[in-house]
Design a protein around this ligand. Structure first.
Ligand code: FAD
Length: 317
């Protein structure tokens, strides 16, 4: 880190609620937590309207600067931080700084803390979709990560069962064909075998997805958080919302406005951070952020204007 950067990182660290990593040789230990105001925080909305009138500093030296800014500390943002760290090592970019901004008072407090903890096989998604590819690749990487880091998980497999209706039986055969094409292990097991293993399950056909598993997602998140925070030029900043994105007047960079989500003594002012890259990992806020970034990149406000449509696609086979 250059001396200017170091100076501002220190100023940044003291001004803001940065989690300063405490590395230990013993078992997993999370970094020291930030000091929050007395009232506990349960929501995630910004406590005041975004401060759109905040002017960016006129001098580069007055800016907090980073190379990469990850917005959102759910499993996607933390995993992106982990992968970026590995990529930096490979590319010899170890001096690059990464800041991860999270609007809640701790990471992993939204969707990543509210799921079924299933490691999916990847056979249900639309054929050829990115989701299908990422789920299959990600599953393999997730099992490897869990083994390497001692995260509680179990590759218990899953049964997908059909009752007597023809449509259900046909569906299972199509699903088996799809799994074979994808190279995802799935085998029919006989009803006798199924009855022996699970006498209470009523089924006429049983397809076993052997690569499905379960994971302790809280431990997984903690491990990713520790991996990220334990490096010296990585900063995890909580209680901070990204509320505006503009083009930097100081070169090919973005300026992102950060506002404290919850106001507290000594930390109630918004500021700008300059970054070369933004990783949008804002979960349910990702559409809003994507639209702000598009505007900076010269795309009109209305097109494309991302808006979430929540749905579950059932028949992808
Ligand atoms: C009921 C349910 C069950 C599920 N079961 C499974 C399952 O069994 N297996 C599986 O693989 N997946 C499952 N999922 C899906 C999985 O939980 C999500 O895909 C995953 O958690 C999404 O992670 P994320 O990091 O994208 O989002 P989040 O966890 O929501 O993280 C996004 C973060 O960004 C922060 N943020 C947003 N906007 C801003 C901003 N402007 N500034 C700063 N921070 C911001 C938020 O506070 C949040 O912490 C399930 C989902 C649900 C709802």
């Amino acid at each position: 880190m250059s001396s200017t950067k170091a100076r501002y990182a220190v100023r940044f660290a003291s001004k803001l609620n940065i989690l300063l990593p405490r590395v230990t040789n013993s078992s997993l230990q999370l970094p020291a937590t930030v000091k929050l105001s007395k009232s506990s925080f349960h929501g995630h909305s910004i406590s005041k309207a975004p401060n759109k009138g905040l002017k960016p500093p006129e001098h580069l030296e007055d800016l907090v600067q980073t190379d990469h800014l990850i917005i959102g500390g759910g499993v996607v943002g933390l995993a992106a931080g982990y992968k970026l760290t590995q990529a930096k090592k490979k590319l010899g970019l170890n001096n690059d700084t990464i800041v991860l901004i999270e609007r809640n008072h701790r990471v992993g407090d939204e969707t990543s803390a509210r799921n079924s903890e299933v490691i999916h096989a990847g056979i249900y998604y639309p054929s050829g979709s990115l989701k299908e590819k990422l789920c299959i690749d990600g599953r393999k990487q997730l099992y490897e990560y869990c083994k390497a880091k001692g995260i509680n998980h179990s590759n218990i497999g899953k049964w997908i069962v059909a009752q007597t209706e023809t449509s259900q039986v046909e569906y299972l055969h199509k699903l088996k064909n799809k799994a074979d094409v994808l190279g995802v292990p799935a085998e029919f097991i006989s009803v006798q075998e199924a009855n022996l293993q699970e006498p209470n399950v009523k089924a006429s056909v049983v397809l076993e997805s052997t690569s499905t598993g379960i994971i302790d997602s809280a431990s997984f998140l903690k491990s990713l958080e520790w991996e990220f925070s334990s490096l010296s030029n990585h900063h995890l900043v909580v209680n901070s919302s990204a509320t505006n994105v503009i083009k930097s007047p100081f070169g090919q960079c973005y300026l992102v406005q950060i506002e404290p989500t919850m106001q507290e003594a000594g930390n109630d002012s918004a500021y700008w951070i300059q970054t070369r890259t933004i990783i949008n990992a804002a979960g349910l806020g990702a559409d809003h952020l994507a639209n702000m970034i598009n505007l900076v990149n010269g795309l009109p406000a209305t097109s494309p204007n991302f808006k979430y449509h929540f749905c579950k696609v059932w028949d992808c086979i």
